[in-house]
Design a protein around this ligand. Structure first.
Ligand code: UDP
Length: 328
């Protein structure tokens, strides 16, 4: 398939591009390079520097590249920023996506894979199933949920078939350590713990030690970026059904605490991680982990990295060889 990967130079998108190529598909990347990295995309893969909200630019690419399916990873994903600057998120994550969808429909492209998030659920009792009520507690989650709702309406009206994947905490890096996570600013736990281990930062702050969890720190479901990517390809067959409206949680189902992540980093690196206990971070639910039975049974999705240790190992391989990310 000719697959347009928008946001394909970003963290999850770039891993998906690589898996698509390995599976024999022809990925084409669109990225506005605000957070994307040229070096994350192999040089033989076409890369267009364009805005997804620019309908005429998108129509030109969809047509000239004979695109059959669009995968959409292009979004802002800083929860804190979404609270302080919500319109930035509404325009970039929601409005721009509606332009992209209109350009697709204009060109007769009717298969769509959307990166949604567990942040659409808000503060709920885990394990989280797809039917768990969605009440996001921040604008980031709301913008993703808004697109999910729009897709539900667009699918039957236009015969669009789509899958919305609700990711839990994307983590890890390609097995060979050549591509990985490089955010600026970095806010995610695992790369920050590496920075603390390697003295790039003084310590790691543990946000909240009084949660009602076994060790008092938050529980999250860390899922390997290549496991996420494989689900995007596994869904292709289901998209052959016009109007298919599919929603899947993607997580390992294994809850891992902040302290367990730090312990895994210490074990994998052999380095001591200095920690400081801090108050809870606003908006952090105590525990978020998935029940991903639906993706497993309907898509035959298999999690190859079910636990934190091997996920951290791949992330460490990337981090060690790229201490300054793609700028290394
Ligand atoms: N966290 C932490 N210290 C940090 C960054 C994150 O204790 O410097 C915690 C955070 O409170 C959450 C977990 O690590 O419980 C994962 O946070 P991250 O920002 O990686 O992902 P999120 O779950 O917010 O999407």
């Amino acid at each position: 398939m000719n697959v347009l990967v928008v946001g394909g130079a970003g963290y999850i998108g770039s891993h998906c591009v690589r898996q698509l190529a390995q599976a024999g598909h022809r990925p084409v990347v669109v990225d506005n390079m605000v957070y994307g990295h040229r070096a994350a995309v192999a040089p033989e893969i076409p890369l267009y520097d364009a805005q997804i909200g620019d309908e005429s630019a998108m129509r030109a690419i969809l047509e000239s590249e004979k695109i059959e399916v669009v995968m959409h990873f292009a979004a802002y994903a800083y929860v804190g920023e979404s609270v302080s600057d919500p319109l930035k998120y509404y325009f970039n994550n929601s409005v721009a996506t509606y332009h992209l969808l209109r350009a697709m429909l204009d060109c007769g492209v009717k298969k769509f894979v959307f990166s949604s998030t567990c942040a659409t659920y808000g503060d709920v009792e885990p394990p989280i199933v797809e039917e768990t009520p969605q009440n996001p507690i921040n604008p980031y989650g709301q913008t993703k949920l808004d697109v999910e709702h729009a897709l539900r309406n667009i699918a039957p009206a236009h015969g669009l078939s789509f899958a919305a994947f609700r990711y839990f905490n994307a983590a890890g890096a390609a097995e060979d350590g050549s591509i990985g996570e490089d955010h600026n600013p970095e806010t995610h736990l695992i790369p920050l713990v590496f920075d603390a281990a390697t003295s790039k930062r003084e310590n790691i702050q543990i946000f909240g030690t009084d949660y009602p969890t076994p060790d008092g720190t938050c529980l999250r479901d860390y899922v390997h970026v290549d496991d996420l990517s494989r689900a995007h390809i596994a869904v292709f067959e289901q998209l052959n059904q016009p109007g298919a409206a599919l929603f899947y949680n993607l997580g390992t189902g294994t809850p891992t605490s902040v302290r367990e992540v730090i312990a895994a980093v210490e074990q994998v690196t052999g380095m001591k991680v200095p920690t400081v206990e801090k108050p809870r971070r606003a908006g952090d639910p105590p525990a978020l982990y998935a029940d991903a039975t639906k993706a497993k049974t309907e898509l035959g999705w298999k999690v190859q990295y079910p636990t934190i240790g091997p996920i951290v190992e791949t992330a460490w391989k990337w981090h060690k060889s790229h201490p300054n990310g793609y700028g290394s």
